[in-house]
Design a protein around this ligand. Structure first.
Ligand SMILES: Nc1nc2c(c(=O)[nH]1)N[C@H]1C(S)=C(S)[C@@H](COP(=O)(O)O)O[C@H]1N2
Ligand SMILES: [Mo]
Length: 524
């Protein structure tokens, strides 16, 4: 193994130890102070909306794993370079470590609500990196043949490695020592990483969530009508585990109900602060509402339908008494994320909820535990604030919520959409009767018609399955006599206001994708 390779490995191992140490320290200072999550968080908040959209398009709901993986790869390359540089100049290598520490510290300190302690994991990581790098580079140099060693010593501009000239005459033994050193550091890194994650998860709000007993609703959602489900189509009610998850949080905020508060303030006559106990005492309703993400592509699956339990937002706003020109209601999450909702929509009588339950369970942590907002008819980014802690009445002219400066519309009513679920694109089927089916949605307006077109034939009306209310998606089906050959099938929906989906394709930004979902199948 060449000396430069050993030095590169030493750099990577030192960085790994640094991350492991940081994860352990972050158990105490909080998960968001971990330099990896902090830097990742800054990236999430600063990349242009188009990049975020491309990431969602490529990685779907795995975009965060992709981001962390990418960050780790970049860090490994950087650390390897620092290791190689350490052979020439210890001073420049140290500067490299300091820069890495500085980036982590700056990121951690600038996260929402970060205190000074947020800097501690990054600083501890920096110190660990220096110690580990020094130790491993010394071993790496010692494991070189004598000639290389003296070259290195002479070549080092600050001569810091002179003292590393080994006395052991057996390079094989020193090589083994280098490998052992590498192994030990890797062990510390892995133990730190896994141990840190484990201890952090023990500090999570999982136990607090398990202890929550949901109150019974005073107004119960209508039961799902028989026949709402078409065979072969995505389930009418999405289970919590299958419900898509989209947010900017690399680690979901851990909000303990016992310290949770909701402040309703801003342009209101009567500011209100609610504790968890007070919220639970209010009359709850349960409602099926379909939630969709504005980033959903035509045919995409960033949409789900759940039974939510919560307090009507309208009642809270009526108590707070918004001023007449407070046209925007800004919801703020525990991690600082914001969304802006048209105040009039929240007060027009639809079932906008401050939800605490999802499909009969307390909200899963990833879906906003303990409290989130759900508003039928609006995309999630303008309405469905998870981990909500603040509702501020303001004006659209005065405040831009999180996604607005990133290129998304300030208001996001859902567009009428439809999707083919069965058969799948590219499927092969036998000739004869074939059920084509899928979902269509225009939350709060409701769907009045779905039509299917096979090749260039006329559009034919599909059968709509019964629904709970206009606030959910609807399943549709169409019986087709399949004939041999390759076929293109498309679908379009019309909402109860008579608006038919446009055929013009548009990407998700700035206010939702348009176009008809189409599939190609083969009948043989
Ligand atoms: N705190 C917070 N709430 C948030 C978001 C977020 O990034 N942070 N993303 C929103 C978006 S874009 C959508 S589509 C919905 C998704 O909700 P879900 O993850 O429960 O499906 O949450 C909304 N609420
Ligand atoms: Mo979204």
């Amino acid at each position: 193994m060449k000396l430069s390779v050993r030095a590169g490995l030493a750099g990577i191992a030192a960085a790994a130890v640094a991350l492991g140490v940081a994860e352990i320290v972050a158990v105490v200072t909080g998960p968001l102070s971990s330099p990896l999550l902090a830097v990742g968080g800054v990236v999430v908040d600063t990349v242009p909306g188009t990049v975020k959209d491309a990431a969602i398009a490529v990685f779907g709901t795995h975009d965060k794993t992709a981001l962390i993986t990418g960050t780790v790869i970049l860090l490994a390359l950087y650390a390897a370079a620092v290791g190689v540089v350490a052979l020439r100049s210890w001073r420049i290598a140290l500067a490299g470590v300091v820069l890495f520490t500085g980036v982590g510290t700056a990121a951690a300190l600038t996260r929402h609500d970060a205190g000074l302690t947020a800097a501690v994991p990054s600083i501890a990581a920096g110190v660990a990196a220096m110690v580990a790098l020094r130790y491993l580079i010394t071993l790496a140099v010692a494991a070189s043949p004598a000639e290389t060693r003296s070259l290195v010593t002479v070549g080092g501009e600050d001569g810091a490695l002179a003292e590393t000239r080994p006395s052991a005459p057996f390079p094989d033994d020193s090589r083994r020592r280098f490998l052992i050193g590498l192994g030990v550091t890797a062990g510390i890194a892995v133990a730190g990483g896994i141990g840190g994650r484990f201890l952090t998860s023990r500090r999570a709000v999982t136990a607090a969530r398990k202890a929550v007993v949901l109150p019974p609703p005073v107004a119960v959602a209508p039961t799902v009508p028989a026949g709402a489900q078409v065979q072969g189509v995505t389930p009418y009610v999405t289970s919590n585990k299958d419900f898509y998850r989209i947010d900017t949080a690399l680690y979901p905020p851990q909000v303990d109900p016992s310290s949770w508060q909701l402040r309703i303030h801003g342009m209101v006559r009567n500011p209100i602060t609610l504790t968890w106990e007070q919220l639970l005492q209010r009359p709850m309703v349960s409602r099926y509402v379909t939630l969709a993400c504005v980033s959903n592509e035509v045919g995409g699956d960033l949409i789900g339908n759940a039974l939510w339990l919560g307090v009507p937002v309208k009642e809270l706003l009526d108590e707070a008494q918004p001023l007449p020109d407070a046209d925007q209601t800004v919801s703020r999450s525990a991690d600082g994320w914001t969304c802006g909702t048209l105040t009039a929509v929240l007060r027009d009588g639809r079932d906008a909820l401050l939800a605490i339950g999802m499909n009969g369970e307390p909200l899963p942590v990833g879906h906003g535990f303990p409290v989130r907002m759900v508003v039928p008819g609006l995309y999630g980014y303008v309405s469905a604030c998870k981990w909500i802690t603040e509702i501020e009445l303001t004006r659209f002219a005065d405040f831009d919520a999180y996604w607005v400066p990133r290129g998304w519309s300030a208001q996001g009513p859902v567009k009428t959409e439809s999707r083919i679920d069965t058969p799948r694109d590219g499927a092969t089927r036998k000739p004869g009767p074939l059920t084509i089916g899928g979902v269509a949605w225009a939350q709060h307006r409701g769907i009045s018609r779905v039509e299917v077109q096979v090749d260039a034939e006329p559009w034919r009306e599909a059968t709509l399955a019964p629904v709970v209310s206009a606030d959910t998606w609807v399943q549709w089906s169409y019986q087709w006599q399949a004939t041999p050959g390759n076929h293109t099938i498309q679908v379009r929906a019309t909402d109860s206001e008579g608006q038919t989906q446009t055929s013009t394709p548009a990407p998700p930004p700035p206010d939702g994708a348009t176009g008809w979902h189409s599939i190609r199948i083969s009948i043989e």
